[in-house]
Each structure stands twice: as structure tokens, then as C-alpha cells.
Design a protein around this ligand. Structure first.
Ligand code: PNS
Length: 157
């Protein structure tokens, strides 16, 4: 059995992320989306628990959702995870991801599998969607429906 973890901050999850998780779940026996962050130290728009709840509402129930506030490789070693899975939108992502993948492999031997982002979602990021929503722009079709509502609610306050 091959187990995969998709790590990230996911503040919040986008449709691009969902697409990567679904494709990973067709390739690996068990997939866990891992929200990295400390639930005791709020940072970003959504708390770690809110991010996890929004992921649960947006993905197939066979995909697990968990969080971790330490070193990623400590989680993967403790849980017997075989691979990390990440999406790549562009060469900018590649430059950002390469040293992390090499560091994780150096620290624990774990490999990172990169899936090329579906072209429909190539320009979508959590931070751009937040910026658009903050100023009243439309983010439907970029974020899962429950996330669209949650983001609007956050900025309404
Ligand atoms: O969604 P992001 O912010 O691009 O995700 C980056 C993330 C959270 C995967 C990375 O920062 C991470 O792995 N954090 C956990 C702490 C850790 O292990 N850092 C060393 C990574 S080489």
C-alpha cells in the first residue's frame, strides 16, 4: 500500500488544490491532505481548524485531512508516509519547491512527486483569491463553493 501526503498551508483550499488531491487519490492507495500550521497561533485568514473543515467540505470523504505544526518529515516518518505530492503551476513554483523537496529527501529519504496543475487552474492561488475577494471581486469557479461562502463571510466582518 502506498500512502501520500499533500502538505500546504491551504489558507484557503482552491479548486487547483482539489484537482491535485483527486489526481493523487487515483495514483496512491491513501491520500492525506496535511495542513501545516499551529492551531494555537492564529496566522492567515483562516485558523488551522477552519482550513481543515473547509477541506473536508470540498474533497471526497476517502481523502484524509490532518494538521501538523512541526517538521514535515517528522510527520511522514511517524506515519509511515511513502511520498509527498505537490502541484506545480509554473517555473516560479518549481524554484520554490525544489529546495524543499531536496531538503525533505536529504532529511528523511522521502521523495516529492509533482503533478502539473490543470491548465484551468494555472493562475489560481489562495493569496490572489483572497485579494480579489477582499475588494469584492468574484471568486466563484476558483474556490470550492463552501470556501467562496466562507471567504465572503470573513471579509464581510
Ligand atoms: O502552501 P505552502 O505555504 O506553499 O506550503 C509550504 C509547506 C507548508 C509545505 C512548507 O513550509 C513546510 O513543509 N512546512 C513545514 C515545516 C517544515 O518541514 N519545513 C521545512 C521544509 S523543507
Amino acid at each position: 500500500m502506498t500512502t501520500a501526503v499533500c502538505p500546504g498551508s491551504f489558507d484557503p483550499i482552491t479548486l487547483g488544490h482539489v484537482n491535485i488531491f483527486e489526481r493523487a487519490s487515483q495514483m496512491f492507495d491513501e491520500v492525506t491532505v496535511l495542513v501545516t500550521g499551529n492551531p494555537e497561533k492564529p496566522s492567515g485568514l483562516f485558523s488551522v481548524h477552519e482550513r481543515m473543515e473547509l477541506i473536508r467540505q470540498s474533497v471526497d470523504s476517502r481523502i484524509n485531512v490532518d494538521y501538523w505544526s512541526g517538521l514535515l518529515v517528522d510527520y511522514t516518518s511517524q506515519h509511515g508516509v511513502d511520498v509527498l505530492v505537490k502541484g506545480l503551476r509554473s517555473s516560479l513554483d518549481y524554484e520554490y519547491e525544489l529546495p524543499m523537496a531536496q531538503m525533505n529527501r536529504r532529511l528523511s529519504g522521502i521523495d516529492t512527486v509533482f503533478l502539473l496543475t490543470d491548465e484551468k487552474y494555472g493562475y489560481i492561488s489562495s493569496s490572489l483569491c483572497k485579494q480579489v475577494a477582499q475588494f469584492g471581486g468574484e471568486v466563484t469557479g476558483m474556490l470550492p463553493d463552501p470556501v467562496v461562502q466562507a471567504v465572503k463571510e470573513k471579509y464581510r466582518r
